[in-house]
Write a protein that binds this ligand. Sequence first.
Ligand SMILES: Cc1cc2nc3c(=O)[nH]c(=O)nc-3n(C[C@H](O)[C@H](O)[C@H](O)COP(=O)(O)OP(=O)(O)OC[C@H]3O[C@@H](n4cnc5c(N)ncnc54)[C@H](O)[C@@H]3O)c2cc1C
Length: 488
Amino acid sequence: MLSQKDNEHSDLDTAPRQRRLAVIGGGISGLAAAYKLHCETADMQPPPEIVLFEGSPRVGGCISTYSLDDTILELGPDSFITEKPAGLELCRKLGIEDRLVETDKAHRRTFIAHNGQLHPLPEGFLMMAPTQIFPMLNSRLFSWEAKMRMLKEPFVPAAPQGSDESLSQFVERRLGKEVLDRVVQPLVGGIYTANPDRLSMKAALPRMVQLEQKYGSLVKGLVATGKARNESGARYGMFVTFDEGISVLVNAIVAKLPAETVRTHAIVSKVRRKDDSWELEFFDGKKLGVDGVVIATSSFHAADMLSELDSDLSQALASIEYASSAVLNLIYRRSDIPHLLDGFGFVVPRTERRTILACSFTSVKWPGRTPPEKALLRVFVGGALQPDIFDLADEHIECLMWEDLKTYLGIQHLPLLSVISRFPRGMPQYNVGHTDTVSKIDDCVGKYLGLELAGNAYSGVGIPDCIASGEKAASAILDQAIRVAKTG
Ligand SMILES: Cc1cc2nc3c(=O)[nH]c(=O)nc-3n(C[C@H](O)[C@H](O)[C@H](O)COP(=O)(O)OP(=O)(O)OC[C@H]3O[C@@H](n4cnc5c(N)ncnc54)[C@H](O)[C@@H]3O)c2cc1C
């Protein structure tokens, strides 16, 4: 049966010629956009041609799973959050929900590196604030002054509405500097590989700002929302992946698209307005006319493509900064790691002055990823706080990293295998002022019928955010195409 939206889109049927809608960029944002366009237009007669152009030889963008004998390696992201609905909803549509796996229930805890040792994050510490008093008071991670300071959090007044504070300003104001330095900087800043002095709360962590505004306190807000989540009987834990790795999602989308939809090795260099439609120019000089286009690449690539169309838009896109990072997948003999690995991994605050940002105990987090006699660790380096590390040669990074793993996990041996994957300018930085930049970009894009942007540069870097942004852009393009069909 057709949904109301499908019926609306069937107005396209009146178009005298077959329309062509393009998506540029085959990461999860572009794939989600292409799949949405495919689903929403499938019942039209004739359906518009949907084409996805990906510059590299493969789709998935940052997402890349590599199966090696008895081990599954994630070269980039390894899971997605279930709290934001777009990820799970897409899995349901694709029929892959039964392939989702949760993190191991037995070891759901994180360690924090402090003074060369690992300390468990106190139970009930959510994102940036404690929700249980006794584990926090018993923790050896914080001084007594810091513990007393945290207890005062519910009495700290909220910031004026609409203010754009950095992560450092927000956390120092509400919970004190020690919590910022020891926990929030590596744990929360680490997700964005960001500089906490520049990361915008409003852009990156709007939920925390809303909790402060609504409850007058993060602690109260986190307790209330945590309780609500438990009472709702949430079906999954916080993070999920797939039985054969996160690329199952990418492969499932590609399998649902007609074979001719996805075109790899297709680098788009310019997007121009041509009469009432659009012209894509490719790296090899070839040109193609399309009726609507979703650009789902990094914002700096979009800036290049749109430089001839609109210099204000192009400059705003180019002003979004990016950080580079690398991930090392390390396979060890389990017996070569003295640490119990009784958690999901650890994060390293910048105050420790080490190379690694974080280390995930991947084979503990996702049991079955390696045979029991082996262990898989994933180590993260680089980011906005340590840009120089990214520029070092692989062997140099490895040498620095061995030292850190020796310190924190007691490892004296080299791994059986080390695989390094690099993400140059891989993570957009949502610095203070980011929401204003995005508003400016939206205003510029709003002037052009048939042009939309999607991707991790704008309103969320997580996989569900990217899916939501791709789907939103696809819907907007279809609505605009219908308007054009009706008027033209
Ligand atoms: C190391 C790392 C770990 C992460 N871990 C997680 C995690 O565990 N969970 C989570 O939810 N998120 C995680 N993220 C974030 C998330 O993976 C990304 O934000 C998301 O995958 C980005 O998807 P995207 O489609 O917006 O961009 P991308 O994946 O960057 O895709 C953009 C695509 O556009 C293509 N392209 C660029 N220019 C052109 C052009 N001119 N013509 C044609 N094609 C072009 C590129 O080749 C690329 O394939 C992680 C990110 C990184 C870097």
